[in-house]
Design a protein around this ligand. Structure first.
Ligand SMILES: NC(=O)c1ccc[n+]([C@@H]2O[C@H](COP(=O)([O-])OP(=O)(O)OC[C@H]3O[C@@H](n4cnc5c(N)ncnc54)[C@H](O)[C@@H]3O)[C@@H](O)[C@H]2O)c1
Length: 254
């Protein structure tokens, strides 16, 4: 059933992994999808696949850490498809390394991609949502934000900031019928996880986490995308300021 017909969804990080699976899911539900990514070729590839499947989809090259790039990308999407009604902030990046070994450049990069990026993108779409008096914001954080994760101190801090950002937006924007919710994936089979696993320390941490997952395996990107899409659905209209883990039971937060 085309439950999201008439919606225009922008998915950052839509060229790969969880963002890509989300773009596919939202398109299958009938939304027009803007696949936004700093990897322009990857975004175009996903948008073309969606168009081949009969959906209206647009690729936009966007580096979420650069305000000008975000502005230009959203403007292009608005001109071609119309104002964004669903924003999924999935672009993210991580490097596993003990905090004492981190360089200040790494801190800045982690915060820029994982926290400032979603702030910039939200700022660019929010006026249209306020004007329309409707909208859905879904942020992809991480269970590292909820319970901490060795080797991910600053990544966890940035992802934790995203939880607070979303909850505060949920309060400020409720009067406009705009909801803001967060999905926290546990370890998920994506190219990012492969990158993390490529270092010895990363491989050890992922192996230990996998063993600790009650459901006994890593998540598939589609399983995270299903939770993200839920928050965009009409049925979720009374849910705001919430955080949902998709982690096979690895984390159970009250
Ligand atoms: N895979 C996991 O185990 C896991 C666990 C918890 C949280 N997450 C989060 O899920 C989200 C998606 O991760 P994934 O595993 O699918 O990763 P991925 O690497 O497969 O995809 C991330 C996408 O984001 C894009 N991107 C990165 N930096 C960008 C920037 N500055 N501007 C625009 N696009 C940018 C990349 O080009 C890529 O297409 C991220 O926010 C990540 O932190 C992933």
């Amino acid at each position: 059933m085309k439950r999201l017909a008439g919606e225009i969804a922008l998915v950052t990080g839509g060229a790969s992994g969880i963002g890509r699976a989300t773009a596919e899911k939202l398109a299958a539900l009938g939304a027009q999808v803007v696949v936004a990514d700093r990897n322009g070729d990857g975004a175009e590839h996903v948008a073309q696949l969606l168009r081949d499947g009969g959906s209206a989809a647009l690729a936009v090259m966007m580096d979420v850490t650069k305000r000008e790039s975000v502005r230009a990308g959203i403007e292009r999407a608005r001109t071609i498809l119309g104002p964004i009604t669903i924003l999924v902030s999935a672009a993210g990046w991580d490097r596993i390394q003990p905090f004492v070994e981190n360089s200040p450049e790494l801190w800045e990069q982690l915060i820029a991609v994982n926290l400032l990026g979603p702030i910039y993108v939200t700022r660019e779409v929010i006026d249209d949502m306020i004007h329309a008096r409707r909208g859905r914001l879904v942020f992809v954080s991480s269970d590292a934000a909820r319970v901490g994760s060795s080797g991910e101190a600053v990544y966890s801090a940035a992802k934790g900031g995203l939880l607070s950002f979303a909850k505060t937006l949920a309060r400020e924007l409720a009067r406009y019928q705009i909801t803001a919710n967060v999905v926290c994936p546990g370890p998920t089979e994506t190219p990012l996880l492969d990158e993390v696993r490529s270092s010895e320390a990363g491989a050890k941490i992922i192996a230990a986490m996998t063993k600790a997952i009650p459901l006994g395996r890593l998540a598939k990107p589609e399983e995270v995308a299903a939770a993200i899409a839920f928050f965009a659905m009409p049925e979720a209209g009374f849910i705001t300021g919430q955080v949902l883990s998709v982690s096979g039971g690895l984390t159970m937060v009250g």
